[in-house]
Write a protein that binds this ligand. Structure first.
Ligand code: PLP
Length: 427
């Protein structure tokens, strides 16, 4: 059992009184489980896998226990490797580098840049589908084309579990079944799915899965790639160096690389990132996920109803309003600049949301055009506002956002406030 702070459960989250955090999709607040695991291990601070002393041994054990906790959390199979990375982006880049020569990857336009950009030249990018069935049809057609004749290139389909723009869930299990029928492997970008839904690699039909600790109530700096060991063990190390090497001789070419996850974890690992991520995975495993899910869905419905009732507001959606989704809603306010709206929410109302194109430029632009068409307005801004919820969100937070937006809309033109120019993934 996990130790917890008195009066707080392992899945309560840390926060600052008065601040309403509705930006979970960017980085979720730290859970008590993570903070407790960190506090317990900090006095033992020592190197992992290197030292013979008690401190180092305890840290090594904690690191490997964290690996097991993540493996259990995602339903890893015996032949899967669980490799600690920096985040989802890093995990997908690692996998991209480990693909066999000539592998062809298929993705959809609906992906986050981290699942669009790491893949090798020749990657097929299918248009964002209008429905989940369209996604399945379009993948089937693409794979049929790619497997025509004697073409035996390895094929990989990489798809998100839930969109970071709309929260909509993608039909991963059906897509992976189509992929399997064509001999293709499936990668699931679970960065946004894992914080909201139980994950099981077999149920998803996934060969590989990537996620980020900082979106899963652990601190920044650790993520994982989980998946089939064969390609990963055959590939050159993602980073060459200590930890990834089992033997290094006098000649420059005389190297034997390590097997297992160590092959791709060169350098001193992020012990505390891994341990806090493992602690949250364990806490979520022990929790009643159905109850957490029902609570989130109730809040999400409240949020979406509140937004829909506001004049000139349109939600961004790929699969339509009834599609299953996690606690993420992006929207526009016609006639109002999204950066100004989110800046006023922060400055005047203590509410943190995100604005921009959310590192999913092709998808966001398409959905913005759709929102403009639905509103029948020409003054829809070129970027959106995103509100995202999770374990620490309450009905009061949702109501505060809706009320604040109501005020901003009633004011008309938002006051001009400086918007930081350095934000990434901005148009
Ligand atoms: N995939 C999705 C769906 C995301 O939402 C994000 C981050 O927002 C990423 C990948 C990249 O995650 P990270 O920045 O932690 O690497």
């Amino acid at each position: 059992m996990l130790a917890t702070t008195p009066g707080r459960g392992p899945l309560d989250v840390l926060g600052v009184p008065g601040q309403v955090n509705l930006d979970y999709a960017a980085s979720a607040p730290c859970a008590v489980a993570a903070a407790t695991a960190l506090a317990e291990l900090l006095p033992w601070y020592a190197s992992v896998h290197r030292g013979a002393g008690a401190l180092s041994q305890r840290c090594t054990l904690a690191y490997e226990e964290a690996r097991q906790a993540v493996a259990d959390f995602v339903g890893a199979r015996p032949d899967d490797l669980v490799i600690f990375t920096r985040n989802t982006t890093d995990a997908l880049n690692l996998l991209a580098r480990a693909l066999p020569a000539g592998a062809t990857v298929i993705t959809f336009e609906g992906e986050h840049h981290s699942n669009l950009l790491p893949w090798p030249a020749g990657t097929v990018r299918l248009p964002a589908p209008a429905t989940p069935d369209d996604a399945v049809r379009s993948l089937h057609a693409a794979l049929t084309e790619l497997t025509r004749g004697n073409d035996t290139r390895p094929l990989v389909v990489s798809v998100t579990g839930a969109s970071n723009v709309t929260g909509e869930r993608w039909p991963v299990a059906v897509l992976s079944a189509v992929a399997r029928r064509h001999g293709a492997r499936t990668v699931v970008d679970a960065a946004q799915l894992a914080p909201h839904e139980p994950i099981d690699l077999d149920e998803l039909g996934a060969d590989y899965l990537a996620l980020s600790g900082h979106k899963l109530y652990a601190p920044f700096g650790a993520g994982v790639l989980v998946g089939r060991g064969d390609w990963l063990e055959a590939a050159s190390p993602y980073l060459a160096g200590g930890g990834a090497s089992a033997y290094v001789g006098a000649a420059t070419h005389d190297i034997r690389w390590a097997d297992g996850p160590a092959r791709h974890e060169a350098g001193t690992p992020n012990l505390f990132g891994a341990v806090t991520l493992g602690a949250v995975c364990a806490a979520l495993q022990e929790a009643d996920r159905a109850v957490l899910r029902a609570r989130e869905q109730t809040l999400l419905a409240r949020l979406r109803e509140g937004l829909t009732a506001l004049p000139g507001v349109a939600e961004l959606s790929l699969f339509g309003p009834a599609a299953p989704r996690v606690g993420i809603v992006s929207f526009v306010v016609a006639g109002m600049d999204s950066a100004q709206v989110s800046a006023r929410l922060g400055r005047e109302h203590g509410i943190g949301v995100r604005d921009g194109l959310f590192c999913a430029h092709p998808l966001s632009r398409r959905l913005l055009a759709g929102a403009a068409a639905r509103l029948g307005r020409r003054d829809v801004p070129p970027t959106a506002v995103r509100a995202s919820i999770g374990l620490g969100t309450t009905a009061e937070h949702v109501d505060r956002l809706v009320a604040a937006l109501g005020e901003i809309i009633a004011d008309g033109v938002p006051a001009v406030v400086p918007v930081p120019a350095h934000r990434s993934c901005r148009p």
